[in-house]
Design a protein around this ligand. Structure first.
Ligand code: PHE
Length: 338
């Protein structure tokens, strides 16, 4: 009888199944009305009195370990079905990734910088809050020049203002280094203008400066032609019209052949075939002297352009305000340019 208990115990321990039906079958054949363990209980009366105690105890252990086994197998089945439900479903479409985009002004600024850095220009930056000397006086602005007027300049004190151009950075470069100097200064500038489609109180510039011995007007023209061809395409032409800036003499405005109609005539170039894109000129000897550069030995040229203006021509965006409104519907259109 005791051997019978041992044998059944081994069977119980060895039983394995992953099907609920099989486990149920197992329960019935061991613990059911006619189950092997139940029948052993029926044999209890046949056991000699002195063995009854031990037999009963071992039978109870067998019964509870069989129950334990059944519960264990059933709960592992439940766990299994639970983990199936939380399994990753690889057929669900992925979350869309939101790509950022660069601002069109950044894109155009970088293209301009790229052209000039290929021909040896360094990049210099300076403060947006600038003193009168670097923004005006060193650049040969006469005391009563209208550009110093409250209408154009945001003054902070009598002597401090928001820079109106990045020529101020070039003064700083000339003061702090010796020729040859070849540098461009990109940055934000401020002018006190009413905001409209064609004007804003701040915009971005890239200005350039080249100072060395024997620098000529021809050098400047060739450099600017190289620049415009690189930016607008190899068929681009330029023309220089006489102009005036306090810090350059002679001075000129640079026009490029209309990038939109190829000089056939359109609204953008107002049927003239030409678009104005920048100012330029030979650095006035007074400016060189103000910055401790000997104007008898050195000469140089300077130029300056508005980044928004170039961006308008390349992207054909006519309203300047769009560049600073941060409307994602506008900005996102430039993502493919990255
Ligand atoms: N500083 C001028 C401006 O802001 C541009 C310029 C730079 C013109 C250098 C000539 C030479 O309009």
């Amino acid at each position: 009888m005791f051997e019978e208990i041992n044998n059944i115990n081994i069977e119980v321990q060895n039983f394995q199944s992953k099907s609920l039906e099989e486990i149920d079958q197992f329960r019935i054949s061991y613990l059911g009305k006619k189950g092997k363990i139940t029948l052993l209980f029926n044999n209890f009366k046949l056991i000699p009195v002195e063995q009854k105690k031990e037999f009963g105890a071992r039978l109870n252990i067998l019964k509870s370990s069989a129950l334990e086994k059944i519960n264990l197998l059933k709960s592992s089945l439940k766990d299994h079905s639970k983990s199936k439900k939380t399994d990753t479903d690889y057929t669900i479409p992925g979350q869309p990734t939101n790509f950022g985009s660069r601002h069109p002004i950044t894109l155009i600024r970088d293209r301009i910088i790229n052209v000039f850095s290929h021909i040896g220009f360094s990049i210099s930056e300076g403060p947006e809050v600038e003193d009168d000397w670097h923004n005006f006086t060193a650049l040969n602005f006469p005391e009563e020049h209208p550009a110093r007027d409250m209408q154009d300049t945001f003054f902070i004190t009598d002597d401090i203002a928001l820079r109106t151009h990045t020529s101020s950075v070039q003064v700083r470069v000339m003061e702090n280094s010796k020729p040859p100097i070849r540098t461009i200064s990109p940055g934000r500038v401020y002018r006190n203008e009413a905001i409209s489609a064609r004007a804003h109180c701040f915009f971005h510039q890239v200005e350039g400066l080249y100072i060395d011995k024997n620098v000529s007007f021809g050098d400047m023209k060739q450099t600017l032609l190289y620049f415009t061809k690189s930016l607008f395409g190899p068929d681009t032409k330029i023309r220089l019209r006489p102009s005036y800036f306090p810090f350059t003499e002679p001075s000129a405005e640079v026009d490029v052949s209309c990038t939109i109609c190829s000089q056939k005539g359109c609204n953008v170039c107002k049927y003239s075939g030409w678009l104005e894109i920048m100012g330029c000129g030979m650095v006035d000897p007074n400016v060189l002297e103000n910055c401790n550069i000997d104007s008898n030995i050195y000469s140089g040229y300077a130029f300056g352009m508005g980044v928004e203006r170039i961006a308008q021509l390349i992207y054909q965006v006519n309203d300047l305000r769009l560049y600073s409104e941060n409307d994602l519907r506008f900005i996102k259109q430039f993502r493919s340019e990255i």
